[in-house]
Ligand binder design. Structure first.
Ligand code: Z5A
Ligand code: MG
Length: 211
């Protein structure tokens, strides 16, 4: 038995980082062991290169190379995620994951299936909570938008269309954020996450005692 893997995905500035931190507080309040990883994780050598690519528009990489770097950055954490879920029985919350990788690169014109392939073998999430916005002009006005390479409204619309291809997956949950307060979105995320989490600590404890 493994602990749940929960991913918060979404378009730019829809509140992913704000909400992953709030989800962690809920888990702490419930006494559930948890761990957060944010992708891209910019502190590793590969992550530093990604950071340069995102923040320094003079650093040019082919779209394929950039895509593979984002995937390699996730592979740097593959064994850590597996150990957390299986050995440590810890709920793992991810701020962006494979879905961002595929959506941003395929929005640039790379083949969707090709984009999926380097992440084959990464752990599959139990739930993907996708923060969706019908109105990218509203989220584009939020603090920080426009500082990095992909933060251009017309590109965000292409990214949205690619993300929507995952909507039919059974573990996918859309939450619309337009006009909602941080607290309202937090409540809606918890309603979804709770289904995967309620009673999980008891089950994990019982499972560990049996081992
Ligand atoms: N990328 C990729 O191409 N391939 C990959 O494989 C991966 C990523 C993993 C950087 O990602 C870029 O990398 C990203 C995708 C690409 N493209 N771009 N650009 P990142 O995750 O590091 O990006 P970020 O800098 O953290 O931005 P973000 O994730 O888009 O923002 P956010 O986490 O969704 O939003 P936030 O930081 O929580 O909130 C933004 C502001 O809005 C902040 O002032 C909040 O207080 C405010 N906020 C939040 N919620 C609300 C509500 N409900 N109402 C009003 N204001 C709110
Ligand atoms: Mg963020």
């Amino acid at each position: 038995m493994r602990a749940p893997l929960i991913v918060i995905e979404g378009l730019d500035r829809t509140g992913k980082t704000t909400q992953t931190l709030r989800l962690l507080s809920h888990l702490n309040n419930e006494g559930i062991k948890n761990h957060l990883i944010k992708f891209p994780e910019r502190t590793t050598p590969i992550g530093e290169l990604i950071n340069q690519y995102l923040t320094n528009k003079r650093l040019e990489l082919s779209d394929q190379s950039a895509h593979l770097l984002f995937s390699a950055n996730r592979w740097e954490f593959q064994s850590e995620i597996v150990d957390l879920l299986i050995k440590n029985q810890t709920v793992v919350v991810l701020d962006r994951y494979v879905y961002s990788g595929v959506a941003y690169s395929s929005a640039k014109g790379l083949d969707f299936q090709w984009c999926l392939s380097p992440d084959i073998g990464m752990p599959k999430p139990d739930a993907v909570i996708f923060l969706q916005s019908r109105d990218s002009t509203a989220t584009a006005k939020r603090e920080g938008f426009g500082k990095e390479r992909y933060e251009i409204e017309s590109f965000q619309n292409k990214v949205r269309a690619q993300f929507e291809k995952f909507e039919k997956d059974s573990n996918w949950h859309n939450i619309y954020v337009d006009g909602k307060s941080i607290e309202q979105v937090e409540r809606e995320i918890w309603e979804v996450a709770e289904q995967y989490i309620t009673g999980v600590q008891d089950k994990l404890d019982r499972f560990q005692r049996k081992q």
